[in-house]
Design a protein around this ligand. Structure first.
Ligand code: NAD
Ligand code: GLY
Length: 376
């Protein structure tokens, strides 16, 4: 087993990474609450696969283990679904010692974390991520949120879990499209922080897509170490943590502009990284050969390289409301060479030139929706 520590003083915690952790009660001994309740929050896809197995492992540690099964999908990352968690907690008279277990991908993790942050003003929670994206990114670092009709991830809290348990064997049931979406965040970590890791990915991308467990273990651990270092320095994104948003300014615009759930988060980040690399080249920061190298790896991960054609003005509108914007200026995470991210304002005309060079001309844009506003 690999353990990565998130060094946050009183809020420090471990990420445990190995195959088979879910079925071992010992995995959860450190968060045991002998006279209290565990509530597993999951969804209708993940529950039949893993909820009873997690419940079995939690039984020795809690007096009661309950399950809260939510509908599956980004479109359910809402107040209404969040309220279902609170309803279950109240219906079962759950007290302050109740521990929530987020069993699923980033949608379940973000919502459960937010529920834990606010139920009785804060109860403990544990992340049990079951998608590659959640194991390498969303379960780590304490960003929790729901979407609002007027913006993605706009309502939430920074609230750290007590433990993260990444059982690699759960990835075997993940559809290939979801695995590729997770690889986008893996490539992101390498692009912003570790050129050796990028070379390793070039050598192992086929093994990762084929679900080779040793390769997955290495990739998850390396991403968690990179993220741990960033989060330990800037837990609440006052500066440095923004580098984890490489590709996300364009990516969130794609997700929101196409309607949540149509482009997966990871797919939008993949195409967004191609655009951010192209913009870095246009601004004289990145060598064209390095941008091409990154795009080749993104393509080999099974991700789209070209963004949908929403229209230049619509992209500009969507990107304007990004959380990194300041004083009306859109700021992008760019690469000043591979592994060297910088946060920079860029002229919209340059960003539009990048998009013009990388759009899917054939993909029709959906009609403009008032709720389609992105945020990091
Ligand atoms: P997701 O949670 O929607 O999961 C993807 C799909 O896979 C879902 O249908 C899910 O039910 C299914 N699934 C999950 N585990 C499975 C398994 N083992 N086998 C079979 N199917 C399984 O999507 P995601 O990509 O995990 O997460 C995306 C979300 O994460 C977005 O809402 C994004 O905003 C958020 N996010 C948050 C952070 C953060 O720091 N908090 C970082 C990145 C992304
Ligand atoms: N995924 C971006 C962050 O955690 O900050």
């Amino acid at each position: 087993m690999t353990t990565v520590r998130i060094a946050l003083d009183a809020r420090a915690y471990d990420i445990r990474i190995a195959s088979g952790l879910l079925d071992q009660p010992a995995t959860f001994a450190s968060v045991a609450g002998q006279h209290s309740t565990a509530l597993i929050v999951t969804n209708s896809t993940v529950a039949p696969l893993y909820a009873d197995r997690l419940e079995h492992s939690l039984r020795p540690h809690f007096s009661r283990v309950l399950q809260c099964i939510l509908p599956d999908g980004e479109q359910y990352k809402t107040w209404e679904t969040l309220n279902q968690i609170f309803t279950d907690l109240l219906r079962h008279h759950c007290d302050r010692k109740t521990t929530l277990f987020a069993l699923g991908g980033g949608v379940i993790g973000d919502m459960t974390g937010f529920a834990a942050a606010s139920y009785m003003r804060g109860v403990p929670f544990v992340q049990v991520p079951t998608t590659l994206l959640a194991q390498v990114d969303s379960s780590v670092g304490g960003k929790t949120a729901i979407n609002h009709p007027l913006g993605k991830n706009m309502i939430g809290a920074f609230y750290q879990p007590r433990l993260v348990v990444a059982d690699l064997s759960t990835l075997h049931t993940l559809p290939p499209r979801e695995l590729s979406a997770g690889l986008a965040e893996v490539i992101k970590h390498a692009a912003i922080a570790d050129v050796d890791f990028l070379a390793w990915l070039e050598a192992h991308i086929d093994a990762l897509r084929a679900q080779d467990e040793a390769a997955l273990a290495e990739a998850v651990a390396r991403c968690c170490r990179i993220k741990a270092k960033v989060v330990a320095q800037d837990e609440t994104e006052t500066g440095l943590r923004a580098i984890l948003n490489f590709g996300h300014t364009f990516g969130h615009a794609i997700e929101a502009g196409m309607g949540y759930g149509n482009w997966l988060h990871g797919e939008a980040v993949g195409a967004g990284m191609v655009l951010a690399a192209d913009l870095s080249v246009r601004l004289g920061l990145l060598a064209p050969a390095d941008a091409e190298r990154l795009a080749r790896l993104i393509a080999r991960a099974g991700l789209p390289l070209r963004a949908p054609d929403l229209g230049a003005e619509r992209y500009a509108d969507l990107m304007q409301v990004d959380k990194k914007s300041e004083g009306g200026e859109v700021r992008f995470v760019l690469l000043n060479g591979l592994g060297r991210p910088v946060l920079r304002a860029a002229p919209m005309a340059e960003a539009q030139a990048s998009m013009a060079a990388h759009l899917q001309p054939s993909q029709p844009a959906p009609p403009v929706q008032p709720q389609a506003v992105p945020s990091a």
